[in-house]
Design a protein. Structure first.
Length: 115
């Protein structure tokens, strides 16, 4: 069964950190570039970061460069998003998915940045 399960979200103060995890199953994980996406209330889901299947090449949207780090562990079929220096505008539901051949979206994990 193909599945993506995100975890690690929560409520954090501005300037704080969170580490999101996405456990994948049902496909050959290392064959696929993976992405982290987010959807804020009333807005469309957008790409935040992506990583190639071998983990060697990353991409970040400008708004998170220098603050977020995407990584993966192919032995654990898991992709991570380390988020530092969080800002209120980072508040959103965060999702992972394959960058190509997108799967059905998981439930996501809520990140709320507020004092």
């Amino acid at each position: 069964q193909v599945q993506l399960v995100e975890s690690g979200g929560g409520l954090v103060q501005p300037g704080g950190s969170l580490r999101l995890s996405c456990a994948a199953s049902g496909f050959i994980f290392s064959n696929y570039a993976m992405g982290w996406y987010r959807q804020a209330p009333g807005k469309e889901r957008t790409l935040v970061a992506r990583i190639t299947g071998d983990g060697r090449t990353n991409y970040y949207v400008d708004s998170v460069k220098g603050r977020f780090t995407i990584s993966r562990d192919n032995a654990k079929n898991t992709v991570y998003l380390q988020m530092n220096s969080l800002k209120p505008e980072d508040t959103a539901v965060y999702y992972c998915n394959r960058f190509f051949a997108v799967l059905n979206w998981g439930q996501g994990t809520q990140v709320t940045v507020s004092s």
